[in-house]
Design a protein around this ligand. Structure first.
Ligand code: SAH
Ligand code: SF4
Ligand code: F3S
Length: 446
């Protein structure tokens, strides 16, 4: 603990891996830590508390966390008072095994225990010792806790937790539990409060937002989206992720008629052959997905579609893979996140025969990325000369004289500074489209 101006300051460093849900959880953890006197620090060596909010969706994510855990051992040797905790999906999955493997970890807190953080930290600060709590959550979701938002103009708001889909490759349902939807009034209240504090853009989060409300039946996702769209002062409403199996026509119509709902849908297809989709337990066929995209594009001609793709699922043949490449050429996504299949023990796919050799997975991933990158580039090139609305986020990572922001279709835009500030909506003329970014110049602010 440091004493400055006669006041005690404690510093916390949070490292976050994984998806937006983990980022959102971390913002809630940081909000709680502030209430017991912790201030954030960028310096690991300054910290009195280090937390790693972990992801276990792929082995590579876990390897990174183990690497960090190793690094922190040295900090703990230098500063035995340092409190070190592991939270998030890997904490949920590994529990006590983490402390057995690395006894310099003080506590392990599961994904349903975000709201228990301050209690556990205070307990350890007072008494030391280890704490492991990975019990499943209560039925009542904790509401109303403080949130320390990373970006006050563009905010994440979780609308539901967990997943019921059990795709055969995926660990998420095991570490996040069953679907639990927040009450619509709680979501709307959080959005209102964020807007009051300056938010222009909100992204509603869930592993599959389309099944929002199937548990409490107070509202479905389209209803919720409409309510959030009606919050005074909101400029942009986004949502992710949409499972293709239950994206309804009602939802498409809600997006079409919405005032602020952005025309971007992240609609992971995961694979492009029926055989593999069936083995993945994705519920839809290539034809179902194609028809859905047809309905979406007919209603929303400006929509951008993005996807997740997994290469090297067990049993993948050259024939399956060729179908996937053809499907990408057909759908023409704006961009895609591409992953090498990673075996997760405890999931059905881990036990399947015909695991694809690593070298072949890598080779296919390269081929896939070559095809998709060319499509992404062509899609972006078609925007040359267009003027697009951009929400200014902040300085670009590489050049402080350049702002970075996003279009309504969620494309990254870079443009030289004018008088505008982060949080402003500006019109940018696209002059140099590239594969991953659109470069341009502002034409007017509003
Ligand atoms: N609920 C969301 C996101 C889940 S995790 C959805 O259904 O889209 C994000 C992505 O990680 C998934 O879309 C999938 O493409 C990928 N993924 C999940 N498990 C994986 C595994 N075992 N190996 C490789 N990629 C995986
Ligand atoms: Fe995983 Fe499938 Fe659930 Fe997404 S929908 S989190 S891929 S099980
Ligand atoms: Fe990872 Fe957990 Fe998200 S496993 S992808 S952090 S839900």
């Amino acid at each position: 603990m440091k004493v400055k101006d006669g006041k005690a300051h404690r510093y916390a460093k949070l490292l976050v891996y994984g998806c937006q849900m983990n980022v959102s959880d971390a913002e809630r953890m940081e909000g709680q830590l502030e209430t017991i006197g912790y201030e954030p620090t960028e310096e690991m060596t300054e910290a009195d508390l280090i937390l790693i909010n972990t992801c276990c969706v792929r082995e590579s994510a876990e390897d990174r966390v183990y690497g960090k855990i190793g690094e922190i051992k040295h900090l703990k040797e230098k500063n035995p008072a340092l409190i070190f905790g592991i939270t998030g999906c890997m904490a949920q999955k590994e529990g006590e095994a983490l402390i057995r493997r690395a006894p310099h970890i003080d506590f392990v807190l599961g994904t349903n225990k975000v709201h228990e953080l301050t209690r556990v930290v205070q307990e350890i600060a007072a008494e030391r010792g280890h704490v492991v709590d990975v019990q499943p959550g209560e039925t009542e979701l904790p509401e109303g806790g403080p949130v320390a938002r990373q970006n006050k103009f563009s905010v994440w708001v979780p609308i539901m937790y967990g997943c019921n889909n059990f795709c055969t490759y995926c660990i998420v349902p095991y570490v996040r539990g069953r679907e639990r939807s927040r009450r619509p009034e709680d979501v709307v209240a959080e959005v209102r409060e964020a807007v009051r504090q300056g938010a222009k853009e909100v992204t509603l989060l869930g592993q599959n937002v389309n099944s929002y409300g199937k548990d409490h039946k107070l509202a479905d996702f389209a209803d919720l989206l409409k309510m959030v769209d009606a919050v005074p002062g909101i400029e942009r409403v986004r949502f992710m992720t949409s499972h293709p199996k239950d994206l309804s026509d009602k939802l498409i119509e809600t997006i079409r008629t919405g005032r602020h709902i952005c025309e971007h849908i992240h609609l992971p297809v995961q694979y492009g052959s029926d055989r593999i989709l069936r083995a993945m337990h994705r519920i839809y066929t290539v034809a179902d997905y194609r028809a859905l995209v047809g309905r979406i594009r007919a209603a929303l001609p400006e929509v951008s579609l993005t996807t997740d793709l997994i290469v090297g699922f067990p049993g993948e043949t050259e024939e399956d893979f060729a179908q996937m490449l053809a499907f990408l050429e057909e759908i023409r996504y704006d961009s895609a996140y591409t992953f090498l299949y990673s075996k997760r023990s405890g999931t059905p796919a881990a036990e399947m025969a015909d695991q694809v050799p690593e070298a072949l997975k890598h080779e296919r991933l390269e081929r896939l990325m070559t095809v998709q990158d060319a499509i992404s580039r062509e899609k972006n090139e078609a925007l040359k000369g267009r003027t697009l609305e951009v929400l200014v986020e902040g300085p670009s990572k590489h050049d402080a004289a350049v702002w970075s922001g996003r279009t309504r279709t969620n494309k990254l835009v870079l443009f030289p500074h004018g008088a505008e500030q982060p949080g402003d909506l500006v019109e940018v003329n696209i002059t140099h489209p590239q594969t991953w970014v659109l470069k341009g110049e502002t034409v007017a602010s509003r």
